[in-house]
Design a protein around this ligand. Structure first.
Ligand code: GN1
Ligand code: MG
Length: 369
């Protein structure tokens, strides 16, 4: 069923003016819906959840409720002392009262409120923007830190467990198509070599977690720069969106993901690899912003693994893009042939840049935390 036909089934006043694709998500389909009455206008987000990625989308909606209720309560309690008004996306129920609807092909659709007077960006554009990305992530992790992880469903098993993605790559390499794609170009062969030399190291966070050095906590799961909402008036962070991957995990997955995304001014989709590098000035701004809140809940062991998390989550995303290229682009949406290969090359270039700058990054982490 098309998006406009789904939009009118949600509990919003007025009649639809437009329902058009928005955002740059790689997994779900997202639309901006505009409805008007004689006296007012309402804008909201309508999404079709990718059922191939999320096995049971109803669990996402349950997690979303737990998180938004909890965070809303805390924000209300703290509002008088806060330096800004924090916002949260809210579930807009269907007219039938459900939190989500199924279309005739069993796709899950849901509606959520728009964050008012705020914008997000696909790439970082200033030091202040970087500071706000860290600040917003630290605040969000703090706000969810007292949710018992057992109350959150594991909506995406194996998410950010790097050795699991390695196993996925190996499985793809066992297929005729995977083998052919891996051998098809110099670029693909270079990616394979890049991965091969980092196989042992890539279990670093999972080993620390299994041995009890690091603990599982509620996390955002996808705090890339395009999910950080910046207030159009003040330039300050006001919200973090895309709460589908909020679930139990390591806070390091979030920290690493935020830095790999926000310290690469070229963005994820760059074609010219020469422009891709890890900007340590941006890194310093993010870490400062993050530590405003995270300083409260990070242990000494947590701090010890922060550098590894930046390198690892960057490597991991490259690995995920590359494995998907070999598997025939079945997970991430693509705009052209070889898109996932190009995305992988960007992340591996960034990972190399992180490795070269290790001493500087460690100094920043030591100084700020
Ligand atoms: C996916 O769908 P989107 O764009 O919010 C992916 C993230 C990646 C990101 C890279 C559920 O996020 O893990 O970091 O692409 N989400 C899922 O852009 O796999
Ligand atoms: Mg996401």
């Amino acid at each position: 069923m098309n998006a406009a036909a789904m939009a009118v089934q949600f509990s919003v006043d007025g009649r639809p003016v437009s329902v058009s694709p928005t955002g740059s998500g790689n997994v779900n389909d997202t639309y901006l819906a505009i409805f008007r009455t004689t006296f007012s206008e309402e804008r909201f987000i309508l999404q079709r959840i990718n059922g191939k990625v999320f096995a049971d989308p109803s669990l996402i909606m349950q997690n979303l409720k737990v998180v938004t209720n909890h965070v809303h309560r805390r924000l209300e309690r703290e509002a008088d002392d806060a330096d800004r008004i924090w916002q949260l996306p809210r579930i807009i129920p269907a007219k039938s009262g459900e939190d989500f609807l199924l279309d005739d092909e069993e796709n899950v659709w849901r509606a959520i409120s728009l964050i008012a007077s705020a914008s997000s960006y696909d790439a970082i554009h200033s030091l202040e923007h970087a500071h706000e990305a860290g600040f917003v992530l630290g605040q969000f992790q703090r706000l969810i830190s007292d949710i018992d992880p057992a109350r959150l469903h594991d909506t995406l098993e194996g998410f950010h467990v790097t050795p699991g993605y390695l196993a996925g790559l190996d499985a793809a390499l066992e297929t005729v198509q995977g083998r052919e794609r891996a051998e098809s170009t110099t670029e693909a062969r270079t990616c394979l070599k890049f991965i091969a030399t980092r196989r042992e190291w890539c279990s670093v966070l999972e080993v620390a977690c299994e041995s009890g050095v690091l603990q599982v906590r509620p996390i955002h799961g996808d705090p890339k720069i395009s999910n950080i909402m910046i207030d159009e008036d003040t330039g300050k962070g006001t919200s973090i969106i895309d709460l589908d991957t909020v679930k139990p995990g390591l806070v390091h997955y979030d920290f690493g993901d935020c830095l790999r995304s926000a310290c690469n001014p070229a963005g994820e989709d760059e074609k010219d690899l020469e422009t891709v590098f890890f900007d340590t000035d941006l890194c310093q701004a993010i870490v400062k912003g993050y530590m405003t809140f995270a300083g409260e809940f990070l242990t000494a062991a947590d701090r010890h693994y922060l550098y590894d998390s930046i390198r690892l989550i960057t490597f991991e995303l490259g690995l995920r893009f590359f494995a998907d290229f070999l598997a025939g682009d079945v997970y991430f949406k693509t705009q052209y042939d070889g898109h996932n290969l190009q995305r992988a090359r960007v992340q591996f270039k960034l990972c190399e840049s992180i490795e070269t700058r290790e001493p500087v990054i460690r100094r920043i982490l030591d100084k700020c935390s």
